[in-house]
Design a protein around this ligand. Structure first.
Ligand SMILES: Cc1ncc(COP(=O)(O)O)c(C=O)c1O
Length: 470
């Protein structure tokens, strides 16, 4: 057993025996190192191990805390299909109808509530740009976007040790347009695109809209993308592109580790599969440690990176971006044909905001709030939902994936909850052919409130009522 495993095992035992209780702070890294005669790196490794197991939770600047007893992790069956298929999602219209409603408690929405975002600072930046430079603010933005914003995004990558030239960045209308443009640029109808299962339904719909076929590879709650199966799928099929969310997959919140990311890149390069990396949740690690985007290890210029400010600053500004690698010119043409350029005002306002505010400080607060919400959701599920319910322990992002007892009619639960003003996202949305019929995704972006507590209580009652008794 390695040193860190020994230390993790001792801490695990103390938690199991109640010597360290839920909500209590673990000894600090320095105390652990000193009292166990190990290096601080070893103590950090041990805490990270407990975090991976869902036993401890890091709170930025405060250390590690013992998590409350957590529900068991969902036991997801790998997708049955190993061959490419078209996307068919009978629930899409339900989602569109739900998104049009403003009266719901938005447990369906993978966004942070307005209270968690810097609304007044962004409003001030928008007003400033309109007041001081109305002509520029109300004009077309250049097709590639405003250069000052490219530079800021490139600087942020540089802080992560990822070299990105401002010239290869294209501003898009959110990450969704970035993904669509990337797919449109590198594929032709009938091509096969690999995705994780489960994955964000917008990715599946973008693939369907371009008449592409989809091939799914499992993403497992505790471990991320299944690299061995990915390699197998690439060997057995000609796959033009892979759209992957290695940092905090939506809906699982799982993290694919650095070694797996490098193995995936090697496998994709070997099989000439272009990687479209969706890093939209990369900044939302609940432990505070920002994982690297895959392009950090891209030696073959084989990765197009897509991301946006939707999850960290404002979904409504609709500002995302592409890092285009060798496809930058073709992507820029696609962007031009799609919308000519983006809206100037949000881009200029964002530059103004980023110049004047400490983004890192905001992110620290946001990550902490999301981790707390996730913990509270777990506790409510433990308290109110059927005891066989399982729930993921997300490593980051905005979603909590739950698995209800197998005889629950999740479709009926969704409908009834919706009629009562509670939005949820049924699991079936997150695969190409309606797998995960027993799962439900909840948002971690809502601050705790009595209303939310009552809604979770109600969902628990509905989950009991909606059991199909055969
Ligand atoms: C994985 C993933 N990619 C892309 C998007 C779309 O992002 P945007 O709002 O920036 O278009 C979402 C939104 O939920 C998402 O979860």
């Amino acid at each position: 057993m390695l040193l860190y495993e020994q230390l993790a095992s001792q801490l695990r035992e103390q938690i199991a025996q109640g010597a360290l209780r839920a909500g209590e702070r673990l000894p600090s890294i320095r105390q652990l190192a000193r009292s166990h005669g190990v290096s601080t790196a070893t103590a950090v490794q041990a805490c990270l191990q407990l975090e991976r197991e869902g036993l401890a939770q890091a709170r930025p600047r405060s250390g590690y805390f013992v998590r409350a007893a957590t529900p068991q992790t969902p036991s997801l069956r790998p997708p049955r299909r190993r061959t490419p298929a078209t996307v068919s999602n009978p629930m899409l219209q339900d989602v569109l109808d739900m998104l049009a409603r403003s009266d719901l408690l938005p447990l369906h929405s993978a966004t942070a509530a307005p209270e968690l975002l810097p609304q007044s600072a962004l409003t001030a930046s928008l007003s400033h740009c309109l007041r001081h430079a109305p002509a520029a603010a109300l004009d077309y933005a250049p097709p590639q976007g405003h250069p000052a914003l490219h530079r800021m995004i490139a600087q942020r990558y540089a802080q992560l040790g990822v070299s990105v030239s401002p010239d290869e960045i294209i501003i898009t209308a959110g990450a969704m347009e970035a993904i669509s443009l990337a797919l449109r640029t590198v594929t032709t109808p009938g091509d096969v695109v690999l995705v994780e299962s489960p994955t964000y339904h917008g990715i599946l719909q973008a693939i369907a809209a371009l008449q592409l076929k989809v091939l799914e590879v499992p993403n497992v709650p505790g471990g991320g993308i299944d690299v061995a199966r990915l390699d197998q799928r690439l060997q057995q099929n000609t796959v033009r592109a892979a759209v992957l969310v290695p940092n905090f997959n939506n809906p699982l919140g799982s993290l694919t580790d650095d070694a797996a990311k490098q193995a995936i890149l090697a496998s994709c390069a070997k099989h000439k599969t272009i990687v479209i990396e969706d890093d939209i949740y990369g900044e939302l690690s609940w432990s505070g440690q920002r994982p690297s985007p895959m392009r950090r290890w891209d030696r073959h210029g084989n990765v197009i990176t897509c991301s946006s400010f939707s999850k960290i600053l404002s979904p409504g500004l609709r500002i995302g971006w592409l890092v285009g690698s060798e496809w930058t010119d073709a992507l820029l043409r696609a962007k031009y044909f799609s919308t000519v350029g983006g809206a100037s005002l949000p881009q200029l306002a964002l530059v103004h905001y980023l110049q004047r505010h400490d983004l890192e400080r905001h992110l620290r607060r946001l990550r902490m709030a999301l981790a707390d919400n996730g913990q509270r959701l777990h506790e409510a599920i433990e308290r109110y939902w059927p005891k066989e319910t399982r729930a993921c322990t997300p490593r980051g992002g905005l979603s909590l994936w739950t698995q209800l007892p197998p005889d629950t009619d999740v479709g009926a639960l969704f409908e009834t909850a919706l009629a009562e003003g509670i939005g949820t996202s049924p699991g079936m949305l997150f695969s190409s052919r309606g797998d995960y019929a027993d799962c439900l995704r909840l948002s971690c972006g809502l601050p705790w409130s009595d209303k939310l507590d009552r809604a979770l209580q109600r969902l628990g009652r509905l989950a009991r009522d909606k059991r199909i008794h055969r």
